[in-house]
Design a protein around this ligand. Structure first.
Ligand code: FES
Ligand code: FES
Length: 165
């Protein structure tokens, strides 16, 4: 066993339905475990102040900014990342399809985090108002779209809504 191994901690996390294990330093952030060790680079890092939301994932049913969690804190949890929404490159998840349809992205840097936050919103509130959508996405920053089309995309998903304009 090396010095590094002695300082590291074993973690086991269910990621997108698959049990993944790693040996991590105590200071390692969950977002870096996902990206660097597990190769799940759809989750982005857009700031170092926990403000942008690009790193948002689902941990045990809650949308969480994965740059605010240490990897060791996620030991034993179930994580869903953007890659888990359309596994194996299959059909887009309805939220992804709505973003596509409503041109709710430009560079795409914020998109994974936006979609994971929207997923949480729609689980809690399947029929959000525009105000509720904007309030819910306050923790996700987009530097491109001005948010208008993002809100339109989410509105199109609200239960009972069939707008495709
Ligand atoms: Fe996590 Fe910006 S990278 S909030
Ligand atoms: Fe570029 Fe949101 S689409 S940051």
């Amino acid at each position: 066993m090396t010095d590094a191994d002695e300082k590291n901690h074993a973690v086991a996390i269910n990621v997108n339905g698959v049990r993944r294990t790693a040996s991590v330093e105590a200071r390692k952030l969950l977002v870096h475990l996902l990206r660097d060790d597990f190769g799940l680079t759809g989750t982005h890092v857009g700031c170092d102040t926990s403000q942008c939301g690009a790193c948002t994932i689902d941990i045990d049913g809650k949308a969480i900014k994965s740059c605010t969690i240490l990897a060791v804190m996620a030991d034993g949890s179930s994580v869903t990342t953007i890659e888990g929404l359309a596994p194996g490159g299959g059909a887009l998840h309805p939220i992804q399809a709505a973003f596509h349809e409503h041109h709710a992205l430009q560079c795409g840097f914020c998109t994974a985090g936006m979609i994971m936050s929207v997923r949480q919103l729609l689980k809690q509130n399947p029929n959000p108002t525009e105000r509720e959508i904007r309030h819910n996405l306050a923790g996700n920053i987009c530097r491109c779209t001005g948010y208008h089309n993002i809100v339109r995309a989410v509105e199109s998903l609200a239960s009972g809504a069939h707008r495709h304009d």
